[in-house]
Design a protein around this ligand. Structure first.
Ligand code: MG
Length: 255
């Protein structure tokens, strides 16, 4: 069931998403070769406390009986696609591709966003992977319009990625978001135009392409969370929460 949000509810989600985006920007400023991913997590937890919101990821379970996520942010390096667990024993190095993903709760409403960047110098190809993933998200967001269907968003992202020779992850998808982090509908980054649910005013979608430089296949590590590319290729991930309105798509929390 898809829950439509009122303007008042979307206003709360704007605040939640703004906090996430501000903290992502601050983490990006503070990252440097030699910092541990655990230290980045500590910084994020401290900023969340300062801003008076709650972490949406810490303790999160995919379903009952699965391992709760043990940290505030996901830090996924290089061939890690999503859900990397921070550690004080894991250090960022020059040339790493770093994906940060996390969410917060503000007055019962969730914000969720992610970004990928390179630390220091990387090859043209790696830069192109990151830029293409960001561009695919933008292209998908532009399709998140009243009257379009979900497949228009999904197919646009897939085409934007595949035209560059990269591949879209299938095992993880975007989602509706609101009073829960993961609501209906699932938002795949692949699909067919003119298929799926009709988009309506008040829907809020977390759109989040995960793009591999090589093949699409995923392997889950034994920690129960970290998803890596099966072929060891690099991966990038961008996410924004987007409200659909008669005025067009609104990316929530943009600075
Ligand atoms: Mg998400």
């Amino acid at each position: 069931m898809i829950f439509l949000k009122s303007p008042q509810e979307i206003a709360l989600m704007r605040v939640a998403n703004r906090v996430v985006i501000e903290i992502l920007a601050e983490l990006r400023e503070r990252i440097h070769p030699g910092i541990s991913t655990g230290e980045m997590d500590r910084i994020a937890a401290e900023l969340i406390r300062q801003k008076g919101v709650r972490s949406a990821f810490k303790g999160y379970q995919i379903r009952n009986g699965t391992v709760p996520f043990p940290a505030t942010i996901c830090v996924s390096l290089n061939d890690e696609i999503v859900h990397g667990i921070p550690s004080t024993q894991r250090f960022v190095r020059e040339g790493d591709v770093v994906s940060l993903d996390f969410g917060v709760v503000y007055r019962d409403f969730y914000g969720d966003a992610a970004m990928t960047f390179a630390v220091g110098e990387v090859s043209e190809q790696v830069r192109h992977l990151i830029d293409t993933t960001a561009a695919a998200l933008e292209a998908g967001i532009a399709q998140a319009r009243v009257g379009n269907r979900l497949g228009d968003v999904s197919a646009t992202i897939q085409e934007r990625v595949e035209q560059e020779g990269f591949s879209v992850v299938r095992e993880f998808v975007g989602h509706g978001i609101g009073r829960r982090m993961h609501e209906d509908p699932p938002v795949p980054n692949y699909g067919a135009r003119d298929r799926g649910v009709r988009l309506r005013e008040g829907m809020v979608l977390a759109i989040e392409p995960m793009v591999n430089l090589g093949r699409a296949e995923v392997v889950l590590k034994s920690d129960g969370w970290t998803a890596i590319t099966r072929d060891g290729s690099l991966s990038a991930h961008f996410e924004r929460s987007v409200a659909i309105s008669e005025k067009g798509p609104e990316v929530l929390g943009v600075l």
